[in-house]
Every structure is written in structure tokens, then in C-alpha cells.
Design a protein around this ligand. Structure first.
Ligand SMILES: C[S@@+](CC[C@H](N)C(=O)[O-])C[C@H]1O[C@@H](n2cnc3c(N)ncnc32)[C@H](O)[C@@H]1O
Length: 320
């Protein structure tokens, strides 16, 4: 684990694996995870430090997918209070843009404050991203769940928003990896629909930008103890659609390390950071649960970002 701060590395030339992958994809016209081989061993690095210091250690254009679930000034915990939220968020958003590969994606989980607006939430992030960065907003995903708190003075909340940003119009997107199967009856109807391509129809339907996935209950089998842990299913869909096997995925608000767990299962290398050292305990619990489920838990733990990219370079050259 890394408790220190390292200087930024700004050498792009060694990290063009993603770009090569994009070219490979362009030739075949359609993005598909099948083009890429899962690495024999996944690299996992969990750093305990402040996200802004951590981001400075990551080379330019070295990451395929950033998947983050930031604090939203909701004052739910000590880490959730910021005087000037957007000023702080702008720092990591700029760094996120810098470290993403040209075909990279960035997913940001949301929170919206009602009534007494504090200094920032997802709406402010969207406004900032649109007006002050070069990110492209590709989708707003509505994460709808059936379980939640009851309410008497307003309609009980049953959704959260997640934004998908891309660095360029050449963003990687593998729809086939996340298509949903049609029911027998719907498939029959879809195959008769002249507007639909039958080959794609056979692969399943687009899951759309409204995803119904329940939140984790207190007694959920996935729970490792983090108060705002996200369900594996939702992270899995982003990882499969917006990154490819063997690419680098980054989460600098790791919490329990759900993103790391999914990367391990899906053959992506994962770089994580959280300011709270309890993350290490939570992540180990994830690994324990995976082991109980008979899933692959073999990974190479990496000490810090520099070591991570040195090892990543080696993995990429061994694969060529
Ligand atoms: C919403 S939680 C992430 C939960 C995670 N998605 C999961 O599934 O377990 C946000 C995390 O950000 C961390 N955090 C807050 N401020 C931070 C900072 N400045 N640098 C790094 N981590 C920070 C908190 O410790 C917390 O674990």
C-alpha cells in the first residue's frame, strides 16, 4: 500500500496500449470484448491517500475507464463535507481528463441535494463538466431501485443518477457485452420488426439508460461493511461496456473496492485510492466473499502507481 505522494509522470509513449486496441477495433468496425484476451494475472493496487495527491502519480492517457462514486457534501460522514465542493471537484475532474486514454470513459455516480442546497452535487458537476472541461456527456443513466427510505413530506426517492463522460467521440463502447436477453415472446416480435437488425436482435436488447437494480440491503450477501457500498451488478455493466479485458480501470474514491472486485472477476487491471485505511479491510472482505463463491481471487497486489505501470508495461509487452 502507498502512504506517500509521488510526482506526476507525463510520458505518454509507453501507455498507448489503449490506442492500439482502438485501432484494432476500428478495423473490425464494432467494439467487442472478444478481441481482447484476459490477462493471466490481474494487477490490483489500493493506495491510501488523498485523491488529488494520488491523481498526480498517474501518467497521461494511461487509463481506459474511471469509475467513481464521490462524496457529495451530504454530510453523511466526516469525509463528506466540503466548503467549496466544485472548486475541489474541479481538481480531480481535470486530472481525470488528463489520465484518460483518447478512447477512455469516465463514470460518475450521483447525488442531488434538495431543499437546503449545500455547495455542490451531481447537477453542479454536470454544469462544470459542460462549461469548463472538454469531456463529452454521453449518457445519464437512471439507476432505479425498489428498496429505499419511506417519506411523508415528498415522493420517496427511488433513483440515483450516474453520468458517463468520454474524452473524445472515439470512445470505447461494447454494447454486445451488456445486452439483455429478450423474452421468447419479445424476441419473436423483435425479429418481425423491419427496423431492427436481426443479427443484433439475436444478441439481445440494449439495456437502455434506465437500469433497475436494487440497492444493497443491510443483510445483502455482497455487503462488506462500507456504508455506501454499490452493487456489483451496476459496476459490472459499466466495466464490461466501457473497458476491455487487460485494460486499466481507475477508482479514486474506492470505498470498499467494489470496482477492484469487478475488475478481478472481469480481467481488468485496477488502480484504486481511498483516504480511509478501512478500505483495505473492506477490500479483503470482498476477496474473502469471492473465494467463498468459488471465484478467481488470484491477483498481483501492487505497492504504488509507478510499480503498477511498470508491471502493466511488462504485461502488455509479454502479450505481444
Ligand atoms: C461513496 S464512497 C465509495 C463507495 C464505493 N463505491 C463502494 O462501492 O464501496 C466514497 C469514498 O470516498 C472516500 N473519500 C472521500 N474523500 C476522499 C478524498 N479526498 N480522497 C480519497 N478518498 C476520499 C471516502 O473515504 C469513501 O470511502
Amino acid at each position: 500500500m502507498n502512504y506517500g505522494v509521488k510526482m506526476a509522470i507525463h510520458n505518454k509513449s509507453h501507455y498507448n496500449h489503449a490506442l492500439m486496441a482502438l485501432n484494432k477495433m476500428r478495423k473490425l468496425k464494432q467494439g467487442t470484448n472478444d478481441l481482447f484476451r484476459s490477462p493471466d494475472r490481474v494487477l490490483i493496487c489500493l493506495n491510501i491517500m488523498d485523491c488529488c495527491d494520488f491523481m498526480k502519480t498517474i501518467p497521461d492517457e494511461s487509463v481506459q475507464l474511471i469509475c467513481i462514486d464521490p462524496p457529495y457534501n451530504l454530510e453523511l460522514a466526516g469525509w463528506d463535507i466540503y466548503d467549496n465542493y466544485i472548486e475541489w471537484a474541479a481538481k480531480w475532474l481535470d486530472e481525470a481528463y488528463r489520465v484518460l486514454s483518447k478512447n477512455g470513459n469516465c463514470v460518475i455516480f450521483g447525488g442531488i441535494q434538495f431543499r437546503d442546497v449545500k455547495s455542490g452535487d451531481l447537477i453542479d458537476i454536470i454544469h462544470h463538466v459542460r462549461n469548463k472541461t472538454k469531456f463529452k456527456l454521453i449518457n445519464t443513466i437512471i439507476w432505479r431501485y425498489k428498496n429505499g427510505m419511506s417519506a411523508h413530506r415528498y415522493f420517496a426517492n427511488r433513483h440515483e443518477e450516474v453520468i458517463w463522460l468520454a474524452k473524445s467521440n472515439d470512445y470505447y463502447f461494447d454494447l454486445d457485452a451488456v445486452r439483455e436477453p429478450y423474452s421468447e415472446k419479445d424476441l419473436e416480435a423483435a425479429l418481425k420488426d423491419k427496423r431492427l437488425n436481426p443479427e443484433n436482435t439475436m444478441k439481445g436488447k440494449n439495456p437502455t439508460n434506465v437500469w433497475e437494480i436494487n440497492r444493497l440491503n443491510g443483510n445483502s450477501k455482497e455487503r462488506v461493511g462500507h456504508p455506501t457500498q454499490k452493487p456489483i451488478e451496476i459496476i459490472d455493466r459499466f466495466v464490461k461496456a466501457l473497458s476491455y479485458p487487460g485494460s486499466v480501470v481507475l477508482d479514486f474514491f474506492a470505498g470498499s473496492g467494489t470496482v477492484g472486485r469487478v475488475c478481478l472477476a472481469e480481467g481488468r487491471h485496477c488502480l484504486m485510492c481511498d483516504s480511509d485505511k478501512a478500505s483495505i479491510v473492506y477490500f479483503n472482505k470482498h476477496i474473502e466473499l469471492m473465494r467463498e463463491l468459488g471465484q478467481t481471487v488470484e491477483y498481483e497486489p501492487v505497492q504504488d502507481t509507478e510499480d503498477f505501470f511498470n508491471k502493466y508495461k511488462k504485461v502488455c509487452s509479454d502479450e505481444r
